[in-house]
Design a protein around this ligand. Structure first.
Ligand code: B16
Ligand code: MG
Length: 218
């Protein structure tokens, strides 16, 4: 069996941390007199912390000084971390371990490709860190998704050609990044949102071992 590279996004693929980002961003936005809806939170999926704050301030027509901007980033992250600190294995999305364990048993390369700067502590909390051969996160990239940098770095870390890599992603920007990296893109979510992906599944429970086997052998 050949060795392929399987690159996993974190938020929305392995765990649903979007609900914690939502709570922390909403509190921060409200404290500035800005409304923040679930629909707006959707638009922050896969988007870096800095870009997310820029968007929120923009939606609220607000400008702040550079030092205030930095302070707001810290405040949001502190609240987010308070939610993360309570996470455990029960938050791993269904059948994630089925997919990871099949790939490990078949000696495939496994990497994380996330925009989050908190990816390592989250993987530690849910006891999945050991399953990843390579971690590329918000601390290791300059350009965020849809730029392919995060996934190209993961391929490099796995020592596998980009065209032999498969990406699991829940955000439009992430699917575009995977396509730009010349990788197979697998959307996790809704078909009408992720229509640019090569394949779309609602979640890992819809991905069969047969399908994984085809990805490995094709
Ligand atoms: P942090 P992913 C992304 O994770 C989230 O989808 C996005 O909402 C968040 O703003 C970004 O990480 C940065 O997160 O504040 O922890 O650095 O989907 O790329 O795994
Ligand atoms: Mg995501």
């Amino acid at each position: 069996m050949s060795k392929k590279g399987f690159i996993f996004d974190l938020d929305g693929v392995i765990v649903d941390t979007a609900k914690y980002h939502f709570l922390a961003w909403r509190n921060l936005a409200n404290s500035l007199g800005i409304d923040f809806t679930k629909e707006q939170n959707e638009q922050l999926k896969g988007v870096s912390r800095i870009k997310s704050l820029e968007k929120i301030l923009n939606w609220g027509n607000k400008t702040v000084s550079e030092s205030e901007f930095e302070r707001l980033l810290v405040e949001k992250n502190e609240e987010y971390l308070s939610y993360i600190s309570k996470m455990d294995d029960s938050e791993i999305l269904p059948d994630t371990n089925k997919v990871l364990d099949y790939l490990i048993e078949n000696q495939q390369g496994i990497a994380l490709g996330s925009a989050s700067k908190n990816a390592v502590p989250i993987l530690e909390k849910i006891h999945l860190l050991q399953k990843f051969e390579c971690i590329v996160d918000g601390n290791s990239v300059i350009k965020g998704k849809p730029d392919p940098e995060v996934f190209l770095k993961a391929a490099e870390g796995l020592k596998i050609r980009p065209s032999d890599c498969i990406v699991f992603e829940d955000s439009i920007a992430g699917i575009q990044a995977a396509n730009a990296a010349n990788m197979v893109s697998i959307g996790i979510g809704e078909q009408d949102v992720l229509h640019e992906a090569d394949h779309v599944f609602k979640d890992f429970t819809e991905i069969s071992i047969d399908f994984l086997n085809q990805l490995v052998t094709n």
